[in-house]
Design a protein. Structure first.
Length: 374
């Protein structure tokens, strides 16, 4: 014990010396003292079997994966905007190649950053609220990229780039707003890599699917109202089928994830979550998915209907993913956050898109009722 106190007192004396020398941070005395103390602390950490990931963590921050991904997504979106003016000619093809190249590079940086974080922390990629942001962004942009590859249209990679920019910006805003390092240790309830990899990751994939359906439907209603795809029935059908498939994807992962969460809770402390707000939010996602799918299959819902329901679906997902963390009740106490400006802005965007969709539906219905001239 005496050795511990002596070591502590020596460290405090060293820090006082460094503080005094830091008035001239580039002086040889300061740099030499700092390097010497770093070597000493590193040697002590190795004796205790600690500090093996320090070099990897330094490289993680130096590479700045998510900032690079944000910049690349933004460049891809700018190129996609230029591509709307035409695909023909050498200029058009060059723009498309640049757009896809920057989009793929952004995906690589984003995936690489998530993987590096996961390896450093020795756990699955989602362990706190911050982790869900880049993970959901990766899932949504990856699916948009695959859909773009299948359809060969500029629209989906444009939307994917916009989602990438929004997701990365949200991640930075959340991190800087909290002013803390989010590479934090897991809370006790999450210290089970098996359940963490199944329940949390699965539910997060469900969030990703629901938000993708919402964004695609927002694009659909605005394009219909603007008349851009009015004569392209094939593309309209593709958009509706894509949204329907994504809702199925969301239902599968949300349902399985919710059930696995209940099993995890029962395995951990002998009871299910019960009426916990977070689990009720997941249940709302499952129920709204079922409503959309059954109404569509029963023929009660037109293309307009499914897209309007999916726009509202975005608010349901946002409530489950983000808003319940601000209620300050329930067993998911590790997720509490302050402030809600971003979530209210998103609700407002969903509400505005829903109103636009209703207007578009009314205009479309009335135009079909008008008698054709002779």
């Amino acid at each position: 014990m005496a050795g511990f106190w002596k070591e502590l007192m020596d460290d405090m004396a060293t820090m006082e010396t460094l503080m005094a020398a830091s008035k001239a941070p580039n002086s040889p005395e300061f740099l030499t003292a700092l390097e010497s103390w770093k070597d000493e602390v590193t040697a002590r950490a190795k004796v205790r079997g600690e500090g093996g990931e320090i070099e990897g963590e330094v490289k993680y921050y130096q590479r700045n994966y998510f900032m690079n991904a944000l910049v690349l997504f933004l460049i891809a979106f700018i190129f996609s905007a230029f591509s709307w003016f035409g695909k023909e000619g050498r200029f058009g093809k060059g723009i498309q190649i640049a757009m896809v190249s920057f989009f793929v590079l952004a995906l690589i940086y984003l995936a690489w950053g998530i993987l590096h974080r996961s390896l450093l922390m020795g756990r699955p990629p989602v362990g706190n609220l911050y982790d869900t942001i880049p993970f959901i962004t990766l899932g949504a942009t990856l699916v948009m990229g695959v859909a773009e590859w299948m359809t060969k249209r500029n629209l989906l990679v444009s939307l994917g780039s916009a989602i990438g920019v929004a997701g990365m910006f949200m991640a930075f805003r959340f991190e800087y707003g909290d002013a803390t390092d989010h590479m934090d240790p897991l809370v006790a309830v999450l210290k089970s890599n098996y359940w963490l990899a199944t329940h949390v990751v699965t539910v997060t994939l469900g969030y990703s699917g629901g938000l993708m359906a919402c964004f695609l439907s927002m694009v659909y209603v605005h394009l219909r109202l603007a008349g851009v795809i009015e004569d392209d029935k094939k593309f309209r059908r593709f958009m509706t089928r894509a949204v329907f498939g994504i809702v199925c994807f969301t239902l599968l992962f949300s349902l399985v994830g919710t059930v696995l969460g209940g099993i995890w809770a029962n395995d951990s402390w002998g009871r299910f979550w019960g009426w916990d707000p977070k689990e009720n939010g997941a249940l709302l996602i499952v129920l709204w998915s079922l409503i959309i799918l059954h109404a569509r299959l029963a023929g009660w819902m037109t293309d307009w209907g499914i897209h309007l329901c999916c726009i509202f679906f975005g608010s349901v997902v946002a409530f489950s993913w983000w808003h319940v963390n601000m209620l300050e009740v329930g067993l998911h106490s590790y997720g509490f956050i302050k402030g809600g400006s971003v979530i209210w802005l998103f609700y407002g965007a969903c509400g505005a898109a829903f109103v636009v969709g209703v207007i578009g539906y009314i205009i479309d219905r009335n135009s079909k009722k008008e008698p054709k001239g002779e």
